[in-house]
Write a protein that binds this ligand. Structure first.
Ligand SMILES: Nc1nc2c(ncn2[C@@H]2O[C@H](COP(=O)(O)OP(=O)(O)OP(=O)(O)O)[C@@H](O)[C@H]2O)c(=O)[nH]1
Ligand SMILES: [Mg+2]
Length: 200
């Protein structure tokens, strides 16, 4: 039987997966989405104002002048039949109410971490653990910061043995792509242990 246009189109449609990019305030989420997105990333940056000072914890990132107030959005084609839609979460506590909405339908998540302020990533790790959303931790290596062995970071974050942890530079496309491939592989391993490696 000759297949119609719609079935051909269906066959060719790439697999689209939703990935969250989470982590504490100023850890590099917006930077990460911008580094890999092949479309102009949607950003929702607002100035960090004096009004927000009492509620926004800017300790350690005093040079930061803006913050994400809703989400970042970007897209990357990992392979011709595999597209990722990236949703960056806002980093500050006052935006927690948005997370459940953003997390809906996501395959997995990256938790970005900064070793100078690891505790800022605890909430994101807890969030994904509680909801059973597969996640990978990526330590964003800012220049001049001390490098800690992966085992210490794992212990500090109290990660389960199966959770991948890797180092990255959120500004570097290739580095971020490696993180995203790890997220997808890990998530697919959990949801479908028999899957053929979708990103290889
Ligand atoms: N040196 C260095 N600077 C970085 C890196 N990643 C991000 N930055 C800088 O750190 C600052 C914070 O980055 P953002 O990407 O806005 O962080 P964020 O996690 O989106 O912040 P919020 O949305 O406010 O929580 C920006 O000034 C970036 O240019 C990095 O890997 N190395
Ligand atoms: Mg941001």
């Amino acid at each position: 039987m000759v297949s119609g246009r719609s079935s051909t189109a269906r066959r060719r449609a790439p697999l689209a997966l939703k990935i969250l990019v989470a982590g504490g305030f100023g850890v590099g989420k917006t930077t990460l989405v911008g580094a890999v997105s092949e479309i102009r990333p949607l950003r929702t940056e607002e100035d960090l104002s004096e009004v927000g000072r009492p509620v926004d914890d800017t300790g350690g990132v005093e040079a930061k002048t803006t913050t994400t107030v809703a989400m970042d959005f970007g897209r990357i084609t990992l392979r011709e039949d595999l597209v990722l839609y990236l949703f960056g979460t806002p980093g500050q506590d006052r935006f927690w109410f948005l997370w459940d909405e953003l997390a809906q339908g996501s395959l997995g998540a990256v938790v970005l971490a900064d070793t100078r302020r690891l505790a800022d990533s605890f909430a994101a790790v807890d969030y994904f653990e509680r909801r059973g959303i597969p996640f990978t931790v990526a330590v964003n290596c800012f220049e001049g910061t001390e490098r800690f062995p992966a085992t210490s970071v794992r212990a500090a974050l109290d990660l389960d043995a199966g959770v991948p942890l890797l180092l990255c530079d959120a500004r570097e496309r290739e580095s971020v792509k490696t993180v995203l491939v790890t997220v997808v592989e890990h998530a697919l391993d959990l949801v479908d242990p028999g899957h053929r490696h979708a990103t290889s």
